[in-house]
Ligand binder design. Structure first.
Ligand code: ACO
Ligand code: LMR
Length: 273
């Protein structure tokens, strides 16, 4: 009989071989007829399922809230400098994306993990903060270079209000806000930042929407899904910065020398050597 050659790849999210493109088994015509929007498409391709409307709306909100935060942040700077070095759109975009990580924009999955594990272990917010400090670890999702209690991040406020109104439950968000109360009592800038706020709300979504088992919810965080939200959102801004620089015909950038402190020891060669 026929022996099927073992496949070199397995793929489970999309199929273009038939008459109509499908995302997770849903025909592209149905994608548009249902009006699921970009949040619905992301749900099909990332989670392989349709999610309730409040979830797809939240995903779209995450993309909108993270789309840009001005030219001064690490990623936008990289994109702008690359663009001004005459490089193309993809080079400028990935140059910006490469700054996304533990410190900037890439703290979501670790925040989701750290906050949910602490809450699941029954730690009070103060015990959690103290434990992290004893371990000499920064809390992912806490802290901002310019935003603070006195200069609040409006994005986080919008998000918190939305989730309180629209989500069936938000115990992880409540826990994170209680943690923020402890950290900001120490230092004004140790607020729940955008990464942290999105992360804990996403844990609430994964756990309480009824669309995921607990294992699926944990796996989504484990494999890096949440940082993907920031990557996709901020790509909108990075592309915008690249186009902006091209339109402005901005020349090659060189950083002013008087803004760099060169601290180089002089080495004097001994005579005769
Ligand atoms: N948890 C506990 N303590 C913190 C944290 C934190 N997450 N962040 C800063 N601190 C403490 C520092 O230990 C330091 O304490 P000290 O004064 O006793 O030495 C003090 O707060 C100031 O720290 P800095 O490093 O000067 O803070 P900075 O403002 O430069 O850092 C940053 C901001 C990078 C966001 C930092 O808070 C951090 O690494 N947070 C965790 C990662 C994170 O959430 N990143 C995403 C940011 S949001 C975004 O990019 C969209
Ligand atoms: C961002 O969204 O890029 C930030 O919150 C980081 C920053 O320093 O503004």
């Amino acid at each position: 009989g026929m022996i099927r050659k073992p496949a070199a790849f397995i793929s489970t999210i999309s199929d273009e071989r038939g008459s109509e493109l499908m995302y997770s088994g849903v025909k592209i015509s149905e994608v548009f007829e249902s009006g699921m929007g970009i949040g619905g498409v992301l749900s099909l391709l990332w989670f392989k399922r349709r999610l309730p409307a409040y979830c797809t709306k939240f995903i779209e909100m995450a993309l909108m809230l993270t789309a840009d935060h001005g030219p001064a942040v690490s990623g936008a700077m990289n994109t702008i400098i690359t663009s001004r070095a005459g490089k193309d759109l993809v080079s400028s975009l990935v140059s910006g994306l490469l700054t996304i990580g533990d410190r900037f924009g890439g703290a979501l999955d670790d925040a989701a993990k750290t906050f949910s594990q602490a809450k699941d272990r029954g730690l009070t917010p103060r015990e959690f903060v103290d434990e992290m400090r004893r371990g000499n670890k920064l809390i992912p999702g806490i802290g901002h270079k310019v935003k603070s209690v006195t200069n609040p991040d409006f994005r986080v406020q919008v998000l918190v209000e939305h989730v309180r109104k629209e989500f069936p439950a938000h115990s992880m968000l409540d826990y994170a806000l209680a943690v923020q109360a402890v950290t900001t009592a120490k230092k004004d800038s140790l607020i729940l930042n955008v990464d942290g706020a999105l992360a804990v709300c996403f844990v609430d979504l994964l756990r309480d929407s009824g669309a995921f088992t607990r294992e699926e919810a944990d796996e989504a965080i484990q494999i890096g899904t949440l940082n993907g939200l920031f990557v996709i959102g901020r790509s909108i801004g990075f592309v915008g910065h690249h186009l902006d620089q091209k339109r402005l015909k901005a020349p090659l950038y060189r950083h002013p020398a008087d803004d760099i402190f060169v601290d180089m020891p002089m080495r004097v060669l001994a005579k005769g050597k």
